[in-house]
Design a protein around this ligand. Structure first.
Ligand code: ADP
Length: 602
């Protein structure tokens, strides 16, 4: 409603606003013009009746005329069309019933017009309920009157008036014009509403098309982003591999103490960069919704032992007490779940505990909470006596790229992605992390996970094939090694490393060459890069496993992988390779794995 309209306003445009719907605008216009017409019509009637010397009727008509003028004025000041419509309908009802029952005592064409007007007006202006009410209140008494009159039963002590022909003409014309005006207005409003609806639908359709385009674009850019990250991470890993490898080589060459310090820094930074690349890649994968949880058999105590193996050394370096306790109930159980992702979660939590504990103890506890038939509920808890976390920062540390404070970053390094990955991995399995922490005293990160218990015996992928007796070689330097690797820097690096062990390896620049060389040569072990031109490492390994000569088909193969750490393992074992090392590998780790597969006689 337009509140700025002055009292002396007579214009309809000033009482119309954009906020009013098309229907309401039509109602306001109708009321405005209708009232004007009614005022003119009733004024004509008053004059005509007066000239006919029907003074009583002229007086009552004058009151009606005055009422209409007052309503019109009020309406142009405050366009409260609903209230005014009710008042008008009450007036019309009174006029109708009075004229039928008292003044005229007859139902004629004027009565019919008035009834029609009331029905249309009440429905259009006030809707179904009021429309029905006013229609019935007017129609029923008129019908009743007709019935009474038909039986000649109607009689009151007032003499009916006879209207002059001119009065009937004026009233008839005014009423017809009103009826036409009303229908015309509402028909226009109806058509305009339909047009507006169509326009809105069209607009919405266009918006939807725009929205789809935007969604498609953002999906494409998300895909491009994750592809870019995958490619970049591979591209970064390859030179990083060379940096770490060279550093390892230099370290093996008895450097001076000052050189060793520099090499330590170099190795530390390169390892940090590698961890960052791995984390970014993994987080990107989780965010892209590409993580699928496996359901494979594994043994939980073995898994914890594997995860803790390397970390124990780190804890010892910091002179921390490192205590691992795994519920003995789990020792003989074969669980079904995703050991890779579970290792990732536990690994992140334990490395944080070691990282943020300057002195004291780190406890890793794995406890069975519930052992139901074929399901176990296991509680994992990683507790430390480290620096702890302020309560208000607890939510923050689970956000990506967020650490508790700048000091943390400066003092301990890290990317702030570890806990974000852990949290998302747990959430994807509908699990929750509990944290109890006290600044200066330590922290405990814990979560519970349910596993199905298998009745079968766990096949350990890393266990040597019982059918395959380890090859026996006199000494490390007698080992005949085939390296399938396309990257020249890596080849150089491996050659240098192997020369330290007195081995001179044979190089194949792709998978196809490697197969040829195995066919025509004799090797004790193969180191197989996975991403190579012509034929990749997986396919090459499968081809070798199919060879007729059982000696060749069973050659130990170690995969060299620069790919994301967490999803390649299964593919490596599925293609028949015996083990894998992630590039950049630690020389000792590679040596140990080679020795495990080939028995070297002292
Ligand atoms: P990062 O270890 O790379 O810094 P995380 O996401 O693993 O990243 O950890 C985020 C932050 O949470 C850490 O920077 C540290 O401030 C805090 N935090 C995590 N674990 C511990 C812990 N065991 N004790 C104290 N603070 C911790």
């Amino acid at each position: 409603m337009n509140k700025d309209v002055g009292f002396f306003n007579f214009s309809v445009n000033k009482i119309l606003t954009k906020e009013q719907s098309i229907l309401d605008q039509a109602r306001i216009r109708l009321l405005y013009y209708g009232l004007l017409l009614a005022i003119v019509g009733v004024m004509g009637l008053v004059i005509n009746i007066y000239l006919d010397h029907q003074y009583v009727l002229a007086f009552t008509s004058s009151i009606l005329f005055l009422s209409l003028v007052i309503l019109f004025k009020y309406f142009t000041f405050r366009p409260r069309w609903a209230i005014i419509s009710h008042i008008l309908l009450v007036l019309a009802t009174m006029v109708n019933l009075c004229s039928v029952f008292i003044t005229i005592q007859k139902v004629d064409i004027i009565t019919a017009q008035i009834l029609l007007l009331i029905v249309i007006f009440s429905f259009y202006m006030l809707g179904q309920v009021s429309g029905m009410f006013y229609s019935l209140v007017n129609l029923i008494p008129v019908l009743l009157f007709q019935i009474l009159e038909y039986d000649n039963n109607y009689f009151i002590g007032v003499k009916p008036m006879v209207l002059g022909q001119s009065t009937i003409i004026i009233a008839g014309c005014a009423n017809f014009i009103l009826i036409i005006l009303m229908n015309g207005h509402f028909y226009t409003a109806f058509i305009r509403s339909i047009r507006q609806l169509r326009a809105t639908a069209e607009e919405r359709g266009n918006l939807n098309i725009e929205l789809e385009k935007v969604i498609e674009k953002s999906e494409k850019s998300a895909l491009a982003k994750s592809e870019f990250l995958s490619i970049m991470s591979h591209e970064i890993r390859t030179p990083l591999n060379a940096v770490i490898g060279m550093t390892n080589l230099l370290m093996m060459g008895n450097p001076r103490p000052d050189q060793k310090d520099n090499l330590d820094i170099l190795k530390f930074s390169a390892n940090n960069l590698l961890a960052l690349v791995n984390d970014v890649l993994d987080f990107n994968k989780i965010e892209a919704g590409k993580v699928v949880f496996e359901n494979i058999k594994f043994n939980l105590p073995d898994l914890i032992q594997n995860v803790c193996g390397g970390l124990k050394l780190k804890a010892e370096e910091k002179e921390l007490t490192f205590k691992v306790s795994v519920d003995p109930v789990l020792r003989d159980k074969v669980l079904i779940g995703d050991p890779t992702r579970l290792s990732q979660i536990v690994f992140n939590l334990i490395s944080n505990a070691i990282k943020f504990t300057p002195s004291g103890t780190v406890w890793v506890t794995v406890k069975v909470l519930e052992d139901r038939h074929n399901i176990v509920n296991v509680r994992f808890s990683i507790k430390d006596t480290g620096i702890g976390i302020e309560k208000e920062n607890l939510a923050m540390i689970f956000e990506p790229f967020t650490q508790e404070s700048i000091t943390t970053t400066r003092q301990y390094g890290g990317t702030g992605l570890g806990l974000a990955i852990v949290k998302r991995l747990l959430e994807l399995q509908h699990l929750h992390m509990d944290v109890i922490t006290q600044p200066g005293e330590g922290s405990e990160f814990a979560f519970s996970m349910e596993f199905t218990v298998s009745t079968e015996v766990v096949p350990s992928p890393l266990a040597p094939n019982p059918l395959q007796v380890p090859l026996q070689v006199d000494s490390m330097s007698n080992l005949r090694v085939l390296i399938a690797e396309d990257n020249m820097v890596n080849v150089m690096l491996m050659k240098k490393l192997f020369s330290k062990w007195g081995i001179s390896p044979t190089i194949a620049e792709n998978g196809e060459r490697a197969i040829e060389m195995v066919q025509y040569g004799n090797f004790d072990i193969i180191l197989m890069d996975l991403q190579m031109p012509v034929l990749n490492g997986f396919d090459a390994a499968m081809e070798i496993r199919k060879m007729r000569d059982p000696k060749k088909a069973n050659i130990p193969i170690i995969a060299l992988t620069a790919s994301a750490l967490y999803d390649i393992k299964e593919r490596v074992f599925n293609s028949g390779m015996n083990d894998y090392v992630s590039k950049p590998f630690k020389p000792d780790e590679l040596k140990e794995k080679m020795q495990n597969l080939v028995e070297i006689l002292g």
